[in-house]
Design a protein around this ligand. Structure first.
Ligand code: SF4
Length: 152
């Protein structure tokens, strides 16, 4: 299989704070498959580190109130194009990110409150028919429930 993965899950230090979300279970799951790491925020031209963003009334906005919507959507589009060109079989994405979140995101108040929703990249992948799994729904044995796979 060809599997697109949020790069931070593989240990790349591309998070807003310069860190990563290394996940042993993801590394184990993708072993032996072709892996395509992507960070849509970096692909959109944003620096590391960067001011954290949330989706505020549909617009990706940083904590200082500046819109970063253009950069986020540009990065999401670039990574979607890669997924389509490479014909990936699935994508495993980091939870709750305003780009990569599959099931939940933060509510736009920068208070840590979660709401149901998707990040802009996850949304674009799903709209374009790519199977997407939230890393939280991948268990240690490499299973993911049917309900966690979204097909566009
Ligand atoms: S945009 Fe996605 S890949 Fe990049 S740091 Fe955020 S969660 Fe990880």
């Amino acid at each position: 299989m060809k599997i697109m993965v949020s790069a931070c899950l593989l240990g790349q230090n591309c998070k807003y704070n310069g860190g990563n979300n290394y996940s042993e279970k993801v590394v184990r799951y993708v072993k032996g498959h072709e892996v395509i790491p992507v960070c849509p925020e970096v692909a959109g031209g944003l620096p590391i580190p960067r001011i954290p963003c949330e989706i505020v009334d549909g617009v990706v906005t940083n904590k200082e109130g500046e819109s970063k919507d253009r950069e986020f959507r540009r990065g999401a589009r670039r990574c979607l194009n890669k997924a389509l060109e490479e014909k990936v079989d699935m994508a495993i994405l980091q939870s709750r990110s305003p780009s990569c979140g599959v099931k939940q995101i933060y509510d736009g108040t920068f208070s840590g409150k979660r709401v149901e929703g998707r990040g802009v990249f996850a949304d674009l992948l799903i709209e374009n028919g790519v199977k997407v799994v939230d890393v939280e729904n991948l268990d240690d044995e490499g299973n993911y429930g049917y309900a966690t796979i979204f097909e566009g």
